[in-house]
Write a protein that binds this ligand. Structure first.
Ligand code: GLU
Length: 508
């Protein structure tokens, strides 16, 4: 019987979820789900200095929001408290220190690891010399030569120590990476890695190997930055006599200039992308395509389609460029597909943030500029104006501001279309004004208004632009906007006439 597929995402709680880690966790998740395997969240908090309070809770909430479900590991309850679930816990490494201690003792006993008593000062000097000689930084194995008695004596004297892996001096270590293929490395180039720090905490290397083994992880899937560490991990598996899992490393994400994706060149926090109004579906779809190729022209995938389609053979070996134009495009695709009520619900906070509205309760909102009260249905109409064009939810405030303005502010020249004169624009607006004044409020609907104005164009032997352009500008004050019919419907008769009158005033 083949082994059950078990995959873990193993973040360190250092503050926020990086978009690169979002891609890693998505691939981990998809690989597990595609293969009917288990997906586990393990927290790797053995680096006390980098621990940031609240980051576990934050991370769990983002995964939950993104819909990346796991069945084992660390969860957060309603009161924002972490709890754990699963047969292989604890799933937080700082709660497993006794386990690591036991395995370190075993390695020392079997001569696969040794105590190192070198002071920070000595190690600092050693590294400096290596730098000067342009040598790779590497422990010089001084303590590897200590006799049993010497070690005993130093331990009795309570000399601070770390425990290091005794890397064989000869031979090669090799393994097969599911993305990169065969990796071979000469043992003499591998550092005697610290496994246990002087504070009794394990390093990442020891902890992740012990945990991946004890938690029966079948596939270690993670970011490329860990590929160079994998030979050390293989040596550890061998030292313990454990079965070696499969490995798959995912390429780096790159800035457009091909440097490693960094804070300096843009946002890297998933939270920031969400705040800017990228939809979770678009973000997941975007990171999916950063390094995975469906082998067809398709680009838009729902989470369930991703699960059905994802396989490691589609994962690229070369770094993926983080191209936010593509993200904007995908976000637009998902915004257009969205149910209008859902989209409006998501847009309301941005309208409030833009100080256009205030919530007054009972699905009612007050327009801050005019004091009018509007309901959710009305906001839906406003959002509908932009649904086709919007790229990010955060744009909504700026793009529909004109609807809420008490008075528009634009140059009168904007009312004049192409070769028209100001006089033509004025005449045409006057024609529109007269026509619309005679229409009943209930007929202020986009399609009816379109018919009426089309007739007006024909009757007066005008070009459409000569009528629609000045009207559109009169209603919006903008160079670019949705169609004047849709805008007119949202504004209603009274405001439409007011705005046309204002334009006529400007053109006087
Ligand atoms: N804790 C490591 C990180 O946050 C995970 C590495 C791994 O998945 O093995 O990058």
């Amino acid at each position: 019987m083949s082994k059950k597929i078990r995959v873990r995402f193993a973040p360190s709680p250092t503050g926020y979820l990086h978009v690169g880690s979002l891609r890693t966790v998505l691939y981990d998740y998809l690989f597990a789900k595609h293969n009917g395997g288990d997906f586990i969240l393990r927290i790797e908090d053995t680096d006390k200095a980098r621990y940031v309070e609240g980051s576990i809770e934050n991370l769990v909430k983002i995964l939950d929001f993104m819909g990346l479900e796991y069945s084992e590991g660390v969860f957060v309850n309603q009161d924002n408290k972490t709890f754990q679930k699963g047969d292989f816990g604890p799933y937080i490494q700082s709660l497993r220190l006794d386990i690591y201690q036991k395995y370190v003792d075993e390695l020392i006993k079997n001569d696969y690891a040794y105590y190192c008593f070198c002071s920070q000062e000595r190690l600092g000097k050693m590294r400096k010399n290596q730098r000067l000689q342009k040598l790779a930084p590497m422990y010089d194995r001084k303590c590897r030569g200590l006799s049993k008695d010497e070690v005993q004596k130093l331990l009795e004297e309570k000399t601070p120590y770390v425990v290091r892996l005794k890397v064989p001096r000869k031979g090669v270590t090799e393994f097969e990476d599911l993305i990169y293929g065969k990796i071979k490395i000469e043992n003499k180039t591998i550092d005697d890695q610290v496994l246990m720090k002087s504070d009794g905490f394990p390093t990442y290397h020891l902890a992740s190997v012990v945990d991946d083994h004890l938690m029966e992880i079948s596939h270690v899937t993670r970011a490329e930055e860990w590929l160079p560490s994998t030979p050390k991990h293989i040596l550890l598996y061998k030292a313990f006599g454990w079965e070696i899992p499969q490995f798959a490393h995912f390429t780096l994400l790159l800035n457009p200039d091909k440097s490693k994706l960094s804070k300096r060149q843009g946002d890297v926090k998933v939270e920031d992308y969400l705040k800017k109004g990228y939809l979770k579906e678009a973000l997941l779809n975007f990171v999916l395509l950063l390094g995975w190729n469906p082998k067809t022209e398709e680009e838009v995938f729902s989470l369930s389609e991703m699960i059905a389609r994802f396989d490691l053979s589609g994962v690229n070996k070369t770094g993926a460029i983080f191209n936010t134009e593509k993200l904007d495009w995908l976000n637009g695709v998902y915004i257009r597909k969205m149910d209008l009520s859902e989209l409006t619900k998501l847009c309301v906070p941005y309208l409030i943030e833009a100080e256009l509205l205030e919530e007054v309760g009972g699905s009612k909102y007050q327009v801050l500029s005019t004091g009018e009260e509007v309901d959710f249905e009305y906001l839906k109409k406003i959002v509908a104006l932009e649904q086709e064009r919007m790229k990010k939810l955060s744009e909504i405030g700026e793009s529909v501001k004109f609807i809420f303005s008490e008075k528009l502010d634009y140059e009168k020249e904007l009312l004049i279309w192409k070769k028209m004169t100001a006089g033509d624009a004025k005449n045409n607006l006057q024609l529109i004004f007269n026509e619309l004044s005679s229409i009943e409020e209930k007929d202020f609907q986009s399609n009816k208004l379109q018919e009426i104005l089309d007739r007006l164009v024909e009757k007066n032997n005008l070009k459409r632009g000569e009528v629609l352009w000045p009207l559109r500008v009169a209603l919006t004050g903008l160079k670019g906007s949705p169609s004047p019919f849709e805008v007119a419907e949202v504004l209603g008769k009274e405001k439409v006439l007011e705005r046309i009158e204002f334009a006529l005033e400007l053109l006087k």
